[in-house]
Structure formats: C-alpha cells, structure tokens
Design a protein around this ligand. Structure first.
Ligand code: DGJ
Length: 750
C-alpha cells in the first residue's frame, strides 16, 4: 500500500515500511526504511541537525538545517554540497534535482527501453524531480515483501548531455552494517564474503560486460549482530544481466549510503535533446527475521514477479544432459541408447548439449552455424527428437547464440558481425561474441533459432554463453538490450519452452536472465561438496526452483573427489534435478539407487522445487507447510564423532509429526579390510570376491522413525549415533566422508 499523508510518502509492503518526505529544500529525505510503522509516526524519524556540523556547505545561507551532506536522502547529486557518493554524474556538470510533483499509480509503469522489470500486482510511486533542462523520475514499487526502484532521466533541454552514471536507487540508512557479497569465477561461483561497511567505500561491481560469476549483482546489508533467524537484513538485487555496481559507505553522521545500478565504469551515454535513459529496476527485500526472513521474501519475489508467469510453480522435469557424459563425441545411436537408459531411470527430458551442429566437434569450430551435423545425426534433429519422444521423454537442445567461432561459416560470411573494438580480436574459448547491438545480427539469431525450434518437438532450451565481453560502458549496455530483444522475440511466442540459461555455469545468474527463463545452470562445478556452498550462497537471493542441479560422476572431474551417489542426489534434490554422466558406466546397484532417487524426487517434487527453503546449521530444509524434507550434510568423518542434533524450523509447535529417515544403503567396499573380521574366511579387500560383492551387495543404514511435536523437532531431534569403528549396526549412521542424510517430516493426520 502506498499513501501520501501529512506531506509524507509511506510505502508499506509485507513486513516493511518506507517513509520519505520532501524536505523544505525540495530534496527527498528518507525518514525510515525498515520495520512496519504508521505514517503517523513520521515525526519520530525526523532528524534535527540543530546547529549543524562545523564544515557544512549550506543550501541557504544561515540555515544550519540546509546542509545536504548530512541529510538522509533517497537521491542526491554532485557538486552541490553533498560530498558523499552521487547516484548521478553528467560528465562534470553539477546535478541538483529538486522535487516537482508526484503520482501514485495502481500498477507499475511499463519500461520503454526494452529492459525487463518485475511483473504482476504492485503499486507505484512516481516522483518527478527537475533541474534546468532535465527531468529525473524516481519510481518506487511495492511487490509483497520487496521494494523496487528505478530511475529515468529525460533530456528536456537543447544540448546533448553526457550521462556517465545513473543509479537505479540510492538510500541513506542510519546504522552500522556489514556487506555480504557473492564472488568467484568459473567453477568457483558464489563464494560468500562479509565486509564491514566503514568510512571507505565497499564496492560490488562487475565490468566483464555481464552480471558475471566474479561478483553476483545481489548483495546484502546486515546489522553486525544479525543471524540466520533474527536481526535486520536488506537484500539488494538488480533486474539486469550486464555490468553492475553496488556500493556502501558510512558517513561521519552514521548514515550508510547504499546504491546500486549499472556500473559507471567506462560508461558514457550521450543523451540527445528529447531522449530519455532508463535504468534497470533494483529490488530490495527487508526483514527483521535475519538472513532467512530476507531470503524467503526474495524467493517469493522471484517466483511471483520475475520468472515468466507460465513457469510459476510449474513442475520442472527431471532431465538427462549429454554434456559431461559425451562432450562432443556422440551420434544418433549413442544418444538414443543413452535416452533409453535415462528413461529407464525415470528421467523425463533428454537434453542434447553442445556439438550437434556445423563442424562443432570441439570448442574450436562451428559456433554460429545452426545446421545439423549430419555425420553425427544423419536422420536430423526431428527424427532424433521424435525417437526420444517415442521412448516417453521430451527433448531439449543446447545453443550458444551470442557467440561465433572464427572457424565457422557464419564468421566467414560475416566477419564484421563479431563484436570488435578496433584492436585485434581477443578470443576466449576460441570464440568471439556477436555484436547484438546490430539489428541484422539479432534478426539472424532470431530467424536461425526459431527455425530450429520449429523444426522438431523441442520443449527445453539451454542458452549458453561462454566468454566475457570486450564491450565497454554504453556498448555493453546496448548489448544487453539487444540480448533481451532476442530473448523476447524467440521465447514470448513459445512460452511452453523451458529456458535454462547458462554462462559457463553461473557467469550470468541474475534476475534479468530469470525474467526470460525460470532456471539457470548454477555452475559447471557439480562436485556435491562444492555445490553445497554454491547452492547455499545462491539461496540467499534466489529460490531453489531457479537452480539447475545435476548428479555427475565420481570421482569428480574438477576436484577428483569421491563422493557417495547418495550425497550427489541429496544436494541436487534442492533444485531442478538432472543427471549428467555416462549412464553406460553405471553399476546395476547405482542404477537402482538412481531410480530410487528419481522416484523419491518426483513424489516430493513440488516441495523440493517450490517449498519454502531454509538454511539449517548442518543442512537445508524445504517445506510446503505440512511436509518438511530436510538434508544433513557432513564433511570429513572424524573418529569418535559426538552426537548430532537436527533443529528444524517453521513447524507448528503444537502439531505432531512423523520423523523418518529416507532409507539409505551402504556398499561393502568402504569397509575394506574390516570385512575379513566378520567373514568366516580371510577375504582380500582387493580380491575378486570382495570387489564383486561391492558391486552387488548393500546393507541397510541408519533408519530412524519417531513421532514428536513440532516444538520438540524445532528444539532439536537427536540423530542416531555415527559409526565409531566399533562395528556395523543398521541402527547407527555409517556415513563415510561427505555422506549425507535425508529426512521426511510429515504432519500426523488426526
Ligand atoms: C559450458 C556449460 O556451462 C556446460 O554445461 C556445457 O554446456 C558447455 N558449455 C558446452 O560447451
């Protein structure tokens, strides 16, 4: 709800209020952004600078209240007495925008530039500020528990304006904060770092042309004593896939100025008379209930207001992806045989990854030529897709539409279509980006992809992009506008196609890409132990339904770590489950286990994909309010481990629940030479008998089943003891290194 009363703007969302006023100088002051309060309480939040501060530059001589440098603002400028970081820069021209008028709109005003914005119900406050020759509009919208902001600059004068920075939003928050950022690189996405915000600026910025795995655009500000369950947290994100900037810095007066928007790095946009520039929309979730409360709000926002409405809570298929199992080495028959195996295991969608077109036999050639490689697929795509449909599975396909290999027919025909900068081409993964700012390039991609998508029954697209850009500033932004244009033209007429975006894994995991496709491949790193950290970090800002999460081979390709199949499944369950390994290499007992995993996942798919996600001390839980699924993950196994407790959350303390562990099987192999102590004959752990037994025999493990109240389960259920070297017992948990367990907690019906 948005109201304007007693000269106060009050925006109320679920669990927050934002109160602002136009102060006597025409500047927009932030009175409060936090806990829900009434507009009638505004006086309590009005600051009184008294006799002011020693070094004040005053807007009005003699008026100690008129120092912009010490005001809590939601917008400011440069060169006019506020020496804190400015959200706008016009190439050296002072900026001093003052209030002109406002409107409260029943719904968000559509964007005009081709950027994406939150959709659905949401009231909007539109405030117009002016300075000679320029109009600045600030948009504030409320979507459930999230406040969004964006800014539009209009050149109403007669001269071209050099826009070098325009932030989507800016807030002066009173208090001390820590900034959490999610940083990394290829196969090292989303490493969580916490930096105290002091007088020196803390910056979260990407300049690779994309939102990037180096610094995800989302970041958090938390009060230093905040925890997972308590304390004030602000979660910030940007609905944008290009270079971004987020910054926080504390002033002497104790305000933390936080802002976010397009990165100003090398940015120069020449705004001609009569033109407007629109920023991406920024989203802020506030919660008093710690990191968990903030995440739940962000998750709902993404599900309800970001992803395409067609995919809202629509179950995502269990898929098989050919990449890690085949790479470029496949043909029609191998794919059909894999598909048969995948179907047998329970997969619902078969995805043919890279390598199906042109001369794409390695990553050095073929990108750009989307004609089927007849050597590998002599019967074509539609025959393959139909064959797979005949097996009872849907068919999905990989593309990397934004890039081109110099060794391709496309490049040979149109070398000028590649993105260049006047210097020698800079290749990465043997490829160049196409210049999406050119309409003919966009038309080509739309036509080529549309033709392929309409040539066969394709229900899923993996949209990959595997390099950083060389475009700077304005060009980089125009590239993203071009990308959105292409995505809109291809997928708006085909809403039923499930689009999973990918950029060497999570190099473009952002709300912009999620606006076109509801899921993103989190990382090429599928080692489950690394994935726990990646998915957990993503969970701060994105719902698990946005995560493409696959079980891959062990030992893992990047870490050479051996992990139980069980754990690989348990981690991938908390996302959109897939399998990405050579199914031909699986043992029978592994296939049986995978079948069990997929059956279990399908039974609880709605909860895994769309349930409320909670980070626990030693694992995760998801819940639909009646049933909770909880996983406990462990690292290295110590000798003589102590007792372990699982504290669940968000149960009804009064209700009774059945708490059961999901049956788990142990292989004989890990017991090694111990087997000879229990066997009547001396068995060599490397001998034929034990190696064969390891492939055939499994033992039950750690079955727990009890009834308890929600209060007890939240206080902490005691898990069964762990293996301590004293022998095997099916009523203990014999988890090896990197083991994990899954529990089902179901409300007892009376
Ligand atoms: C990078 C992606 O992240 C992988 O999953 C795979 O699709 C390869 N590209 C294919 O080249």
């Amino acid at each position: 709800m948005i109201e304007y009363k007693n000269d106060i703007f009050a925006l109320h969302g679920e669990g927050f209020s934002c109160l602002m006023r136009v102060n006597p100088y025409g500047l927009l002051e932030l009175l409060h952004f936090g806990e829900p309060i009434s507009v009638d309480d505004a006086e309590a939040f009005t600051l009184h600078p008294g006799l002011g501060w020693g070094e004040s530059v005053l807007l009005e001589e003699g008026d100690t209240q008129s120092c912009p440098d010490v005001m809590p603002l939601v917008w400011s400028g440069s060169g006019r007495g506020d020496y804190r970081e400015s959200p706008i820069q016009l190439g050296g021209i002072p900026t001093d925008f003052r209030y002109h008028s406002h409107e409260i709109l029943p719904r968000p005003e559509p964007m005009q530039s081709g950027l994406v914005q939150a959709h659905g119900e949401g009231e909007t406050l539109k405030i117009l500020l002016r300075q000679p020759g320029l109009e600045l509009t600030l948009y504030f919208s409320v979507f459930g528990g999230v406040l969004t902001r964006r800014t539009v600059l209009q050149n109403c004068g007669e001269n071209t304006v050099d826009l070098t920075r325009l932030m989507s939003g800016c807030f002066d928050l009173l208090g001390e904060y820590e900034m959490t950022t999610f940083d990394g690189g290829w196969i090292a996405e989303m490493r969580r770092h916490v930096t105290p915000v002091g007088e020196s600026r803390v910056v979260n910025e990407s300049v690779t042309g994309f939102s990037s795995h180096r610094h995800n655009p989302g970041f958090l500000l938390s009060e230093p004593d905040a925890t997972e369950t308590a304390g004030n947290i602000y979660g910030f994100n940007l609905i944008y896939s290009g270079n971004h900037y987020g910054a926080a810095q504390r002033s002497l007066q104790g305000f933390t100025r936080v802002m976010l928007g397009i990165s100003p790095d090398n940015f120069l946009w020449q705004l001609q008379p009569g033109e407007r520039f629109e920023t991406p929309e920024a989203a802020v979730a506030f919660s008093t209930e710690g990191f968990g409360g903030m995440s739940r709000k962000m998750h709902r926002f993404v599900t309800e207001h970001i992803i395409p409405p067609y995919w809202k809570e629509r179950p995502r298929p269990v898929l098989y992806n050919s990449w890690e199992g085949c790479m470029f080495d496949f043909n029609h028959y191998r794919l059909v045989s894999l598909a048969r195996e995948a179907k047998e295991l329970g997969c619902e969608l078969f995805v043919l990854d890279d390598g199906w077109f042109g001369q794409r036999n390695s990553d050095t050639a073929g990108l750009g030529d989307y004609t089927v490689n007849r050597k590998k697929l002599p019967y074509g795509l539609s025959a393959l897709a139909e064959k797979i449909n005949g097996l009872g599975m849907n068919f999905g396909l990989w593309f990397e539409p934004e890039a081109v290999n110099p060794d391709s027919d496309l490049y040979r025909a149109h070398p000028d279509w590649a993105l260049t900068d006047g210097f020698a081409p800079l290749l990465s993964r043997h490829e160049l980006l196409l210049d999406l700012t050119r309409p003919e390039v966009r038309d080509y991609i739309v036509a080529e992809m549309s033709a392929v998508l309409d040539s066969a029954p394709i229900t899923y697209v993996k949209w990959d992009m595997n390099r950083h850009s060389i475009a700077l500033g304005e060009k980089a932004h125009r590239y993203i506008l071009g990308l959105y244009d292409i995505l809109r033209r291809i997928f708006a007429p085909r809403p039923h196609i499930l689009l999973e975006s990918c950029s060497s894994g999570g190099n473009r995991f952002d709300l912009g890409m999620l606006s076109f496709g509801p899921q993103i491949w989190c990382s090429d790193n599928t080692d489950p132990i690394e994935r726990i950290a990646i998915q957990e970090s993503l969970s701060y800002l994105y719902p698990q339904s946005a995560f493409g999460a696959h079980v891959s081979a062990s030992p893992h390709a990047q870490t050479l770590r051996t992990t139980p199949l069980r754990t690989r499944g348990n981690v991938s369950f908390f996302g959109c489950l897939g399998y990405e390994l050579d199914l031909g290499h699986l043992l029978r007992i592994e296939k049986e286990e995978i079948k069990g995993q997929i059956t279990f996942y399908k039974k609880h798919r709605d909860i895994f994909q769309f349930g409320a996600f909670t980070r626990l001390k030693n694992g995760w839980q998801v819940s639909d309010g009646k049933t909770v699924l909880a996983a406990v993950f462990r690292g290295q196994t110590p000798a003589a481990p102590g007792y372990e407790t699982l504290r669940l959350r968000h149960l009804d303390p009064e209700k009774r629940y059945r708490f059961t562990s999901v049956p788990q099987k142990l292989r004989i192999g890990p017991f090694g030479s111990l087997v000879k102590h229990v066997a009547p004959v001396d068995l060599d752990p490397n001998g034929f008998v034990l190696r064969t037994a390891d492939r055939l025999i499994t033992l039950p493990d750690g079955g727990q089943d009890l009834l308890a109240s929600g209060a007890a389960l939240m206080a902490g259920v005691r898990l069964l003891p762990l293996f301590r070297g004293t022998g095997y017992d099916k009523n203990q948990r014999t988890l090896t290194d990197f083991g994990s367990e899954l529990f089902v907690i179901e409300e007892e019906s009376l």
